[in-house]
Design a protein around this ligand. Sequence first.
Ligand code: ADP
Ligand code: NI
Length: 220
Amino acid sequence: MDKREIIEKTEQYVRMLLENDASGHDWWHIERVRRISVTLAKKEHADELIVEMAALLHDVADEKIAGSEEKGLSVVAEWLEQMPLSNHDKQHIIEIISSVSFKGGNGKKPHTIEGMIVQDADRLDAIGAIGIARTFMYAGSRGHLMYDPSLPYRENMTKEEYRQGRSTAINHFYEKLLKLKELMNTESAKQIAIKRHEFMERFLQQFYKEWDEQYEDVNS
Ligand code: ADP
Ligand code: NI
């Protein structure tokens, strides 16, 4: 099995696992994260095979999909067991996957450039127009409101509060999305994040403007 086959087989496996996900982790999310990751890997001279494999597998271990993070990571380890990669590379891929997630600000910072890249790519897909769309889909899938002016957003929260507590799509901007620009690891990702961040701010301005307009004379 050469590098290309390892990637192709892993792609098929992940497609099969995430085909029917409607909580923002569908196959196309993985494909976008993979594409940005590979682009960043080239710019940053990182190990492209490690980056692409970790990007493909990064959500297989998500606790929302696997049940728990430990279970998810062992599913990834079992998959990698069959691949002709060195133990060092397998460990590296698993390490990256365990550090990618945001977890309400309680996530880990990756130790290697490959990990930083995959984390940046996953976070870039959470902001901008696509990030906004994913946020509303996620809120819908959890039965949350899009906005509730009487529900304040949360400043600091534990991983459990972040996952389980009551929120709205709009609150999620303040609880996560608007923080991501400053958390980018690589300069290339930061540049992309700045533009996507500006778009989210314009979106929020327009959203509040329309929300308030409902009480005004439409002809004025
Ligand atoms: P990640 O892949 O970064 O771990 P998550 O699994 O937390 O992201 O979430 C998947 C998508 O749903 C992301 O776009 C994220 O911003 C969004 N999301 C996560 N939690 C919420 C929430 N409480 N309300 C709205 N959107 C959310
Ligand atoms: Ni993801």
